[in-house]
Write a protein that binds this ligand. Sequence first.
Ligand code: NAD
Ligand code: UDP
Length: 346
Amino acid sequence: MTKRKAFPIRFDPRGDKPSGRSGRTVLVAGGAGFIGSNLIRRLLDQGDRVICVDNLSTGRFENIGTLISHPRFCWVQHDVIVPFTVSGPVDRIYNLACPASPPKYQADPLHTFKTSVLGALNLLDIAEEKGARILQSSTSEVYGDPDCSPQPESYRGNVNTVGPRSCYDEGKRAAETLFYETHRTKRVDIRIARIFNTYGPRMDPEDGRVVSNFIVQAISGEPLTVYGDGLQTRSFCYVSDMVDALQMLMEAPEGQHSIFAPVNLGNPGEFTMLELARMVLELTGARGPLVHMPLPKDDPLQRRPDITRAHDLLGWEPKVALREGLVPTIAYFRQELQAQQRLAAG
Ligand code: NAD
Ligand code: UDP
């Protein structure tokens, strides 16, 4: 069988010397998405060079559009399931490429699974070739519908292998295995972040996750769609806290062996969806109403991270409470909707 030729990415930082802390070259797969575009701004501000690879399936060009002229930024539209090479050095790789919203990752389940598995393999190949350190964005979904709370990293999970969420959950579980075995057998320097629900500016208003849905509905004067009885819980982390945590995990020294094992990252504050809906109504000044819709199959009933490991290993804990983080998030969605209305009005 002939091997498919890898897609070549050339990175030519336009003569600009990296000015910051490290002057590293950082590859961010999935960088046009919500978390990725927040991370990229931080990296550029710190003086790094950034290569963003994204197929724009759930990410938005608007998230990175203003960076296009930045001399240390390069962006390539590419699907990570297709092997690719990068010219020049790469020091760090963040693998954030994967749809994260349930309706989005369920829209093309096979592609979601391939993104997690083939995307991980292709990026691990680049890490091995370049001697780069690589971080995987895993997820609390590896715990499925957990029967313990909070969830520590040692909990093995309760995932349905053939349910509507399995393309995402099992893809992410497989990716953790690929990362760990690549570390064990090839000494590639890996990090695995189990990210819990994260929200904030640069989320797509059409994303379909609960925070964006409730805020967009509230400021558009529409009813807030509560799935099921609304008593299921989630723990919401503001994006600046998550970007801090991802960077701290990435930059933590190799010395301690446990740094290669998965680390929960999230905010342990736990809320029911009814509590979230009421908070969004209060902060937007909207009146509701709330409408109840069927609970999607296999929707986890509770979720809350045990972040002891992140605290002990990294000295990290989130700083932004949900009520506090919702304020700039609501302001961001207001601006987004106004911009969309102006565009529609011509
Ligand atoms: P997002 O959907 O906004 O971003 C994902 C990005 O990956 C998008 O820009 C998308 O276009 C890109 N992408 C998807 N498939 C791709 C492919 N095959 N090739 C290239 N690019 C591809 O989601 P997000 O919230 O920013 O999540 C980022 C990462 O963090 C994801 O891997 C997700 O699984 C993980 N994560 C996020 C959360 C959260 O609450 N936001 C929770 C747990 C895990
Ligand atoms: N949810 C809701 N209304 C919405 C969207 C989601 O009540 O409009 C619920 C969903 O059923 C789940 C929780 O909110 O219980 C979080 O959903 P989300 O899609 O944000 O992320 P998940 O943690 O399920 O991946």
